[in-house]
Design a protein around this ligand. Sequence first.
Ligand code: SAM
Length: 294
Amino acid sequence: MTWTATLLLSETPARAFINAVDEDPVLSGVACDAVEAARNSWRLALYFETKPKKAERAAIGALAKQVCGNKTPTIQIERLADADWVAKSLESLRPIRVGRFMVHGAHDRAAVRANDIAIEIEANQAFGTGHHGTTAGCLAAIGDLAKRQPINRALDVGTGSGVLAVAIARLFHVPVLATDIDPMAVRIAAENTRVNGVAPLVRTIHADGLSGPAFAQSGSFDLIVANILAKPLVRLAPSIRAHLAPGGAVILSGLLTRQTKRVAGAYRAQGLCLRQTNARGEWQTLIVERGGRL
Ligand SMILES: C[S@@+](CC[C@H](N)C(=O)[O-])C[C@H]1O[C@@H](n2cnc3c(N)ncnc32)[C@H](O)[C@@H]1O
């Protein structure tokens, strides 16, 4: 990949843009990431092997307009030396701390402190470097949960980079099943479990939600984390409930504050109670429990 198209956006349009790329008939399959370059200014980059063609530039412009409305940002197209594009995307990827977790790239290993639970994640095609409010919200919820209850077996639905699966494995030292609908994310997550020394604990599989052979005999989990969007979270409520052990907790993220009622309602309908909410920007993370209290 030697060409990039970059745009500066605020967080919500950047996330909406990334979510829309795979649905776009021209841009589907193009690698895309976003990192926080400054406060509420996200540098979104699309990576191409050759100079983006007219149709690709037009599709980027149309998506930018769709997510930003009238204030369409400038699209910068540039050629990167082959060795530089990864370094370029890492430049602005600062380490992030959430409770005891510190998520960092390899270039920031030296910043790890003695008490940190360090999680090394490189910026690449899979979502989940810890910088997004939903990932950070999940990390905070995982840390909170550890103060309240033991966890014996966990499931991470929509693992992306594998950041949450690694966090759970490193904090609780328990087996984690990590799934993603995107085969590329599954590969990246598997690699990240190796980099972080938890490959023996984390099994990464390709799956849509909680369907497929791995779930037929998986038994139940006492922690399920799902950082996907509100709609799939609602759709998955019955199968998440079916795989949740008594006394177990579910961490839900990827929803906006205004979607809390709808998502919490879907889980309440399954007999699960909302225990905690935690907001980061306009993103909400919920902890719902089986046998918990409202
Ligand atoms: C917002 S990212 C979360 C990544 C990571 N867990 C984190 O918290 O940073 C959502 C991930 O869920 C995956 N995903 C979306 N729908 C899914 C589904 N129905 N089943 C499994 N994975 C899904 C996407 O491919 C993506 O990697």
